[in-house]
Design a protein around this ligand. Sequence first.
Ligand code: NAD
Length: 245
Amino acid sequence: MSRRLDGKRALVTAAAQGIGEAIARGFADEGADVLATDIAEEVLAGLGETEGIRTRRLDATDAAAIDALVEADGPFDVLVNCAGFVHHGTVLDCSEEQWDLSFDLNVKSMYRTCRAVIPGMRERGGGSIINIASICAHKGLPNRFAYGASKAAVVGLTKAIAADFVGDGIRCNAINPGTVQSPSLDQRIGAFDDPVAARAAFVARQPMGRLGRPEEIAAMAVYLASDESVFTSGTEMNVDGGMSI
Ligand code: NAD
């Protein structure tokens, strides 16, 4: 039986846990040959036991390492940019270092990977780039100053790349997740004085009354990676439990 991503070679950043891990697994389930990357090598290693997934250490802020990986393992048909970091606080709480880290990891990493991967996609006649943004790109949320600004930039980057390479068969789309259960969400909740109330507040943000599951974001990524979405580029898919309604 044919699967939706048979024959496709995919590169996923930040794939050791959370949404990135679910995307790597979802792609492999659909027949893709997946290179799952992250800086957390030990956590990532578990994924390498899954059929269809190879793992490699990759720091998404390291341009030379990205270029070397693409040179050695490319070309790719699909690129998923998942690396991201949540700074908690307002503009008054955000140091220049935290602002710079937010933009370096959340946005500039995508510039680096796209720059490395697009020439190979062009030669192969096309490809699909999927950027994990956030509903914060559009909706002002408290204490998400640098995060929201950086994720809005991801949407701009997505549309710019889509416009520049639409004639090459290269599509570029963003996914805006709402609040999704992940190890880092647990850490953020654990940092509150009252974690129970904090979790309830995170849940209440979604009109559907629950957190999203990483697999629900992965399902959208599979669609955007597959040829089912060949007429779709430069768009954003909100997978957010109704947060953006
Ligand atoms: P997570 O935050 O639990 O895990 C992040 C992963 O990124 C970790 O495996 C970590 O090792 C890796 N990482 C950190 N720095 C890296 C670097 N320099 N290079 C490569 N990898 C690095 O995962 P998550 O919460 O599922 O978030 C994944 C993406 O989804 C992020 O871009 C995040 O902003 C976005 N997102 C998450 C949510 C949510 O509620 N979880 C909502 C909207 C958007």
